[in-house]
Design a protein around this ligand. Structure first.
Ligand code: GUN
Length: 293
């Protein structure tokens, strides 16, 4: 059976380090990291994510502010808020929770965030730095950055020459994940909904990252024996209409099957999920430290 990768434990480690360095930053430079989270509308999943981000920021000793705007907020008003946050010296990280309502151009909003406060790593400057291997000064998107830490915990820091397959090509996870693995000298394949013979490609992976948002799509016999499987998916399966069952969370990987074949695998929940918030805290601390000089 595969080793179960405990993302909660690794995330707690990261958060403990962030807390310690936050206290150091305050003692040495009088600076408290500030994180502003902006949410537009009432998507229940987004509300849960945003409130966990705020709570964790406070736990780290950050200055944490949440801007909750109604669903009909106009683009101009949102851009004005971002401009104000860009100019606010108490704020080091700005996160606009996605998705935004359809009448707002999400791309324009994200590109308005100052790159040095873009702790989500979605601004073209940060995307470009990651794509060109300028990792030392890039903000890297939190979910792929956290997934990378989990991979290194299992396989060590030297991933050179390993075959990595990323299933999913989103800007938030798939593409930055592929770039991180490439920067670590893996041989990287990005697979997606149009890929031919996905099972055969998945079976070549020493490192298999699933980020498609389809419940239990990746089956046990798609997994190479001994592979490291990172399941980024968080899918809520509704409760059956009759009977006792409750709704439950599953990943993009058929966990029970895959765990029989893999060398190591992340569970859902408790794998990648907690790492995303931990890396957001780490990015915000880095931003505040850079601002402190
Ligand atoms: N929505 C889903 N994932 C994310 C994320 O990582 N950042 C933001 N801002 N919104 C999201």
């Amino acid at each position: 059976m595969a080793e179960v990768i405990d993302g909660k434990l690794v995330a707690e480690d990261v958060v403990a380090t962030v807390k310690r360095l936050t206290a150091d930053l305050l003692a040495k430079h009088g600076v408290t990291p500030g994180l502003a989270v902006v949410i537009v509308g009432e998507d229940p999943a987004s509300q849960v994510y945003v409130s966990s981000k705020g709570k964790k920021a406070k736990e780290c000793g950050f200055h944490s502010v949440q801007h909750t705007l109604p669903a009909d907020t106009g683009e101009a008003e949102l851009l004005k808020l971002i401009g104000d946050l860009n100019a606010d010296p108490a704020i080091h990280g700005i996160l606009v929770q996605l998705p935004l309502p359809d009448h707002v151009d999400a791309g324009k909003v994200i590109q308005t965030i100052a790159p040095e406060k873009d702790v989500d790593g979605f601004h073209f400057i940060n995307v470009g730095k990651l794509g060109t291997g300028e990792l030392a000064t890039a903000f890297v998107p939190c979910t792929p950055a956290g997934s990378m830490l989990l991979i290194e915990r299992v396989r060590g820091k030297d991933l050179s020459g390993l075959n990595a397959v990323v299933v999913g090509r989103s800007n938030i996870v798939g593409k930055p994940m592929a770039n991180l693995l490439l920067a670590a000298n893996c041989t990287v394949t990005i697979a997606h909904s149009r890929t031919k013979d996905l099972p055969a490609i998945a079976r070549t992976a020493d490192i298999l990252v699933a980020a498609v948002g389809r419940p239990e799509m990746i089956k046990g016999d798609w997994v190479k024996p001994g592979a490291t499987v990172i399941d980024v998916g968080i899918n809520r399966i509704p409760a059956p209409e009759k009977g006792e069952g409750k709704s439950r969370l599953v990943g993009d990987v058929a966990y029970a099957e895959a765990a029989k074949v893999a060398g190591a695998i992340t569970p859902v929940p408790g794998g990648v999920g907690p790492m995303t918030i931990a890396m957001l805290m780490a990015n915000t601390l880095v931003s505040a430290s850079l601002a402190a000089g």
